[in-house]
Design a protein around this ligand. Structure first.
Ligand code: DC
Length: 224
C-alpha cells in the first residue's frame, strides 16, 4: 500500500494533534499545516483593529481580505511555522489568552470558515501534507487518504495546556484553563457550520490511554 498522500488529523483543543502532526511530517518529509493558526490570525487581527468580535460582517470581511501566510519557521524559538498577517510576523501573538478566548466564536462564522477552508483546501490538494484541525476529514479534505481523530478528556487536555503555558514562562490557573477548554469544546462541537466531529472513516485514537510515542507509532504504522 502506498504512503497516504493527504493525511487529516482532527480533534479537540490540546488532544495532541500538533505534536503528532509535526512528528509525522518530519518522518515522512511532508508539509505540516496546522489550520487552527489561520483562525487565530483572523482573531488577533480583529482584536488588533478594535473590531467587535460579535460583528460577524466585519470579522468575515477581515477573513476575506487579510493576507495570511504560513511558512516554514525562520526562527528557532519553538515555533512550528511562521504566521504572518499582511506581512507582519504574529506567530506568538496568536497564542495570547485574549486570542484563545475569542477564537471559537470567530471560527463559528460561516463566511470566515468558507474563506479559510478554501485556502486550506488549495494547499492540501497539492499533496504530501499533514493537515491538522477540526473539520479537515469532514469538510476541508474529505478525500484525505488517511483520517485520524485524536481525543482525550477535557481535564487531561487542560492539564497539558496548563503545563505548556508554564513551560513558556507564563502564568495560569488550572481551573481557568479547564473552563476555557470546556467552553471551546462546547462552541466547536455545537456550531452550525462544520462542527467538530470524527469523519465516518476516521481512525479514532484516545491520547489519554496512549502517550505521544504510542500515538505516533500507531499512526506511522498505518502510513507505511
Ligand atoms: O487548534 P487550535 O486550538 O489552534 O484552534 C483554534 C480554534 O480554531 C479552535 O477554537 C477551533 C478553531 N478551528 C476550527 O474551527 N477549524 C479548524 N480546522 C481549526 C481550528
Amino acid at each position: 500500500m502506498p504512503i497516504p498522500n493527504i493525511i487529516a488529523i482532527d480533534g479537540p483543543a490540546a488532544s495532541g494533534k500538533s505534536t503528532l502532526g509535526r512528528r509525522l511530517a518530519d518522518s515522512l518529509g511532508y508539509l505540516f499545516f496546522d489550520t487552527g493558526v489561520m483562525y487565530r490570525a483572523v482573531t488577533w487581527g480583529a482584536l488588533q483593529r478594535g473590531l467587535e468580535i460579535n460583528d460577524e460582517a466585519a470579522v468575515t470581511n477581515l477573513a476575506e481580505t487579510a493576507r495570511i501566510d504560513i511558512r516554514p519557521p525562520t526562527r528557532e524559538d519553538g515555533r512550528a511555522c511562521d504566521v504572518l498577517l499582511d506581512g507582519v510576523d504574529i506567530t506568538w501573538e496568536t497564542r495570547r489568552s485574549d486570542v484563545e478566548a475569542n477564537v471559537s466564536p470567530v471560527s463559528a462564522y460561516r463566511g470566515v470558515r468558507q474563506a479559510l477552508a478554501a485556502q486550506q483546501r488549495r494547499i492540501g490538494l497539492r499533496g504530501r501534507v499533514i493537515m491538522v484541525g477540526r473539520d479537515i476529514g469532514t469538510v476541508v479534505l474529505p478525500e484525505a487518504d488517511l483520517k485520524i481523530y485524536l481525543d482525550a478528556s477535557a481535564e487531561e487536555r487542560a492539564r497539558r495546556r496548563y503545563q505548556e503555558i508554564l513551560q513558556r514562562g507564563g502564568q495560569a490557573d488550572y481551573g481557568q484553563v479547564l473552563d476555557g477548554v470546556r467552553k471551546r469544546d462546547e462552541i466547536d462541537s455545537t456550531r452550525a457550520v462544520s462542527p467538530l466531529r470524527p469523519a465516518g472513516d476516521a481512525v479514532i485514537l484516545d491520547s489519554e490511554k496512549l502517550n505521544a510515542d504510542e500515538v505516533f507509532t500507531k499512526v506511522e504504522a498505518l502510513c507505511r
